[in-house]
Design a protein around this ligand. Structure first.
Ligand code: M6R
Length: 607
């Protein structure tokens, strides 16, 4: 994880480096640093914590120099201290690194035996020592770079300055993305195109295994064997993604309230509302595949789990799903005639990408359900299913989740149509329900805020919270728990309502709120029975249901949030809204850093 940038500019670069890093802060915010070459020497400023601390540092001690590199860190090896903050300096070499050098311990032992004195606890420092060693052996900078890369195992995106070459940045990529930006007499590099968007929209992406020598007027790119290669130069639309909070307190709040609009865009991409028809989806032949595999992480995985219910129920298509970090190692017997979907907001999640490559290796057709259109997962999949949520800045995923659901619902209905498992009337009825969803979302968002604030005040006093649901409300219960814990730091778990009596019921007491997600669907009566079990043990129930459910439930929940009655296929999207707002408002009461919660990062590019 971590974000890296580099600039070869015509003016001093330190403030522009920090500006670019701000757009990469979603990748990590444990510490940050910049280095430049000035007066024939490497200079750096580093600070623990968020970029604002580095900015303060730079105000106190400005840094000149027209060439520089920068880093924002999500700590993997070594505590998030200033000492471990990048850039790391070794004998005239400065290095910033995103990724993990898996064989760092072995390299460190070897280098230490030869006299290296390591200053940090990071895996990154071996890179500088390897380069310095190769230079001492008589190699020039390029030879040293190539020799160093051959020694590394693991994932990396690198930017490197050599003090004896103040007009060049060396860069390399193996795993995490790396974009080179072409300016007017200036060159840039960064972990993504958005970091570079204010400077240039002319971008060249390095392929895996590539490394490059970036000078003031262009870049020479080499493959892993040091053969010169050409990579296409493309015009990026990243500038459109430069986002601000508008009138909202946090990006997360803004993104929650954007959902009626963005889910409408997402659905509109797959559904012809004038004809009430799902457009034929190209890329995966749902009519012919015997089964579907899905891999994803975190919230995207939970969206996939809801998708599984839809593909199986409507399209009669068996779905094998797992979190990507397990999926790729399980050696699942997958048929090459099957297809696999990889769901990822960022399109860069390392485990999801590895699962995609694993399935491609087995010969499956692959589809990427992604938000970032030029991400690695999007580029490597056979078919791309964009979710069109727009930039999601808050670390807690909200609008990407409901857009992922909207796209999966459309794909499942499209698959049902292609496989002939639903009649045309049934397809039309589902499409009609999906068409109503954005309006209903708006209605819900406008009606529940005050009630949620009161509940959130109460919830913020809890130590543990349970979420229960059945059917598609079960993954939603897990999503509710994930949302609450990641931004409020309150311990929360989501369970299948029917599993309660197999263990979790032992946790029930008057201090543990139990949030029950129960639209009045096929499972409602069963879920109400599970609620009874909670009530009988003094549990405090917050019921989220619809008008019919509220009328049918004879149970005294301590609070009932009543949503409009909706078709089963859109219930997960509609019921997401109180779940998200509850987590958001609880975190606001608790005063946590909602958009950048502790220990997390938006894009997880390490395994
Ligand atoms: O970018 P991705 O969708 O692949 O990210 C997957 C997870 O890291 C992500 O959903 C994470 O769980 C969110 N912080 C949850 O809100």
């Amino acid at each position: 994880m971590c974000g890296i940038v580099g600039i070869i500019g015509r003016q001093p670069v330190s403030y522009r480096l920090v500006d670019a890093l701000k757009r990469l802060e979603y990748r990590g915010y444990d510490s940050a640093g910049v280095a430049t070459i000035t007066g024939g020497a490497l200079q750096r400023r580093r600070a623990e914590g968020k970029l604002v601390n580095l900015e303060t540092r730079l105000k106190e001690e400005p840094l000149s120099g027209t060439i520089g590199i920068g880093h924002t860190r999500w700590a993997t090896h070594g505590a998030p201290t200033e000492r471990n903050a990048h850039p790391h300096f070794t004998d005239g070499v400065a290095v910033v690194h995103n990724g993990i050098i898996e064989n760092f311990a072995e390299l460190k032992d070897e280098l230490a035996a030869a006299g290296a004195e390591f200053q940090t606890d990071t895996d990154t420092e071996v890179i500088g020592y390897l380069l310095a060693k190769h230079r001492r052996e008589g190699m020039n900078r390029r030879e040293a770079m190539h020799a160093m890369l051959k020694r590394l195992r693991g994932a990396y995106a690198l930017a490197i300055l050599f003090v004896d070459d103040p007009s060049t940045i060396m860069t390399a990529r193996n795993g995490p993305p790396l974009a080179i930006g072409h300016g007017d007499g200036e060159m840039f590099l960064g972990s993504d195109a958005i970091a570079l968007a204010p400077f240039t929209n002319e971008i060249t992406y390095l392929a895996d295994g590539d490394w490059a020598v970036v000078g003031r007027t262009g870049a020479q790119i080499f493959d892993f064997d040091a053969h010169p290669v050409e990579r296409p130069r493309q015009t990026s639309i990243a500038v459109a993604y430069l986002a601000n909070k508008g009138n909202h307190r946090h990006f997360m709040e803004k993104e929650i309230y954007e959902q009626p609009e963005v889910t409408a865009h997402a659905l509109g991409h797959y559904i012809d509302f004038t004809q009430n028809r799902v457009d034929t989806v190209s890329g995966i032949d749902f009519a012919r595949i015997p089964s579907l595999a899905i891999a994803a992480c975190g919230t995207a995985y939970l969206a996939g789990l809801i998708g599984k219910y839809w593909f199986e129920r409507y399209a009669r298509l068996p779905v094998e799903i797992d979190v990507a970090s397990e999926f790729r190692y399980r050696e699942i017997p997958l048929s090459p005639r099957s297809a696999a979907l990889f769901i990822s907001q960022s399109g860069e999640t390392a485990d999801t990408l590895a699962s995609l490559r694993y399935c491609k290796g087995l010969g499956l057709k692959t589809g990427a359900v992604v938000n970032v259109g030029d991400s690695t997962i999007a580029r490597e999949a056979d078919a791309v299913f964009p979710i069109l949520a727009g930039p999601e800045i808050g670390v807690a995923s909200t609008k990407a989740f409901t857009c992922q659901l909207a796209v999966l619902a459309a794909l499942a209905v499209g698959a049902a149509r292609a496989r002939g498992t639903l009649s045309e009337d049934e397809v039309q009825a589902l499409v009609k329900s999906l068409a109503e969803m954005p309006r209903l979302m708006g209605q819900v968002l406008n009606s529940i805020q005050a009630e949620i604030e009161l509940l959130a005040r109460e919830l913020s006093k809890s130590h543990d919270v349970l979420y229960l649901g059945r059917g598609t409300s079960f993954p939603l219960a897990m999503e509710g728990a994930l949302k609450l814990k990641e931004i409020s730091y309150i311990h929360a778990e989501g369970y299948a309502a029917g599993e309660l009596k197999h263990g979790p019921i032992a946790l029930i007491d008057e201090n543990t709120p139990v949030i029950v997600i129960a639209p009045h669907d096929r499972f409602f009566d069963k879920t109400v029975s599970n609620m009874q079990e909670v009530a009988a043990r003094g549990g405090r129930i917050i019921l989220i249901t619809d008008e019919q459910g509220a009328a049918a439930s004879k149970l005294d929940a301590s609070h009932t949030i009543v949503l409009p009655a909706v078709d089963e296929i859109i219930a997960p999207m509609i019921f997401s809204l109180p779940i998200q707002l509850l987590a958001y408002n609880t975190a606001v009461f608790m005063g946590t850093d909602v958009d950048q919660p502790r220990n997390l990062a938006k894009s997880v590019t390490v395994e």
